[in-house]
Design a protein around this ligand. Structure first.
Ligand SMILES: Nc1ncnc2c1ncn2[C@@H]1O[C@H](COP(=O)(O)OP(=O)(O)OP(=O)(O)O)[C@@H](O)[C@H]1O
Ligand SMILES: [Mg+2]
Length: 388
């Protein structure tokens, strides 16, 4: 890269500043600032239509931003055509050249640049994606996952500084997807370049990425490591979109020490003040969140065994499903309708079936507080069941 070296810091980071895209009066991507650290595996996660592909295409140069700037390292590439950017993209439909064998598919980028001796590099790339034995096959003689790996090798042989992946695993079945997630992660670790991966699958984003940006309606709602986003969601959208959260509508009773004390449906609950992403004042409203696996379940007859200092609420089991490693319960409680609890199947209590009166309890430190003005159902996926 020699072009237009507008100066900035940041090594080889991808930096978007004030980038946006409007189509007519529709804001597909609202002005956003985003830094993707060099060498990281970064995921853009969000529901269909939230602006992921548009953002990716602006980084690739396939879409002209309405406002804002794209930096690759020190270089302002906003005005550069796609082929002048050190970026390659792998799409969901990976469109290999059907008449070329795997070897020639991978060699394509080198040949186009007039490079004659490609054998060593193609060999290395095929080894990287573990397809050394498939060099002479045609694309239709490979499985979907193998074809996807060819597409990755074909992009990586150009030594891009950034690889963009737009739902590359979308066409694969679930088991193959899981395998390919680990495979792509391994490849990224091995080559060490920046991967920006677009997906609507939260588990996929969490499995693969160092950093996840959760997008919603053209905006980044929250950005962080998978564990950080999961444990400390700032918005109801993130709390519901990433896994499952129980959100309890509560009223702040007092702030005592480092804790916020709230009341909800007759119960008194505590949570650490520093885990509230909304300002808390006595008498104000708050949504108290807790993840289903943080909760212990005891039969009401054993209520006396619940240790002091735990948040506790009572309820009745409405439903339970045994799914092997855990049992998932839905509890009807005055504190929160349809409270979800995931209990590991270690020693199962035969009394804990539908209709049983129970006590739920958890460590107050595992609660988080959100602004009660937010939509409590934001981010809950209402995907229709696939017809099968
Ligand atoms: N050329 C276009 N003209 C008008 N609207 C567009 C155009 N391209 C995209 N959009 C709209 O912009 C929004 C964002 O589109 P985008 O493709 O970025 O979504 P996405 O997050 O990638 O979704 P998906 O998960 O379904 O691929 C959508 O509402 C889409 O309909
Ligand atoms: Mg898309």
């Amino acid at each position: 890269m020699t072009e237009t070296a507008s100066t900035s810091r940041g090594g080889g980071d991808v930096r978007l500043t004030g980038i946006s895209k409007t189509y007519g009066s529709f804001h597909a991507v609202k002005p956003l600032d985003l830094t993707v650290p060099e060498g990281s595996f970064f995921a853009l996660l969000g529901a269909s239509g939230c602006g992921k592909t548009t953002t990716l295409r602006m980084i690739a140069g396939l879409e002209e931003p309405t406002t804002g700037t794209v930096f690759l390292g020190d270089t302002d590439v906003t005005e550069l055509p796609p082929y002048k950017r050190p970026v390659n993209t792998v799409f969901q439909s990976y469109a290999l050249f059907p008449h070329l064998d795997i070897y020639e598919n991978v060699a394509f980028g080198l040949r186009r640049r007039g490079i004659k001796s490609v054998r060593k590099q193609v060999g290395e790339m095929l080894d990287l994606v573990q397809l050394g034995d498939y060099a002479k096959r045609k694309p239709h003689q490979l499985s979907g996952g193998q074809q996807q790996r060819v597409a990755v090798a074909r992009a990586l042989i150009n030594h891009p500084r950034v690889l963009l992946l737009d739902e590359p695993l979308g066409a694969l079945d679930l088991k193959l997807r899981r395998q390919m997630q680990l495979e792509l992660k391994r490849i990224q670790t091995e080559v060490g370049i920046t991967f920006i991966h677009v997906t609507h699958d939260q588990e996929e984003a969490m499995t693969m990425a160092d950093t996840v940006a959760v997008m919603n309606a053209g905006q980044v709602e929250q950005l962080g490591s998978p564990a950080d986003l999961y444990e400390n969601p700032d918005t109801t959208f993130v709390a519901n979109f990433l896994g499952t959260s129980n959100l309890i509508e509560a009223e702040v009773a007092e702030i005592s020490g480092g804790d916020v004390v709230v009341t909800a449906g007759g119960a008194k609950l505590r949570l650490p003040a520093d885990r509230c992403s909304a300002p808390t004042t006595s008498g104000g409203r708050l949504l108290v969140g807790v993840r289903p696996e943080k909760i212990s379940l005891a039969h009401a007859d054993d209520a006396g065994t619940v240790p002091d200092g735990r948040n506790r609420i009572t309820g009745r089991i409405a439903d339970s499903s045994f799914i092997g490693v855990s049992t998932q319960y839905v509890i009807d409680s005055p504190v929160c309708p349809e409270f979800e609890v995931y209990a590991q199947n270690i020693e199962r209590d035969g009394r804990l079936g539908p209709g049983a009166e129970v006590v739920l309890h958890w460590n107050p430190a595992h609660s988080f507080g959100l602004d009660a003005a937010m939509d409590i159902d934001a981010g809950i996926e209402t995907v229709p069941e696939e017809a099968s």
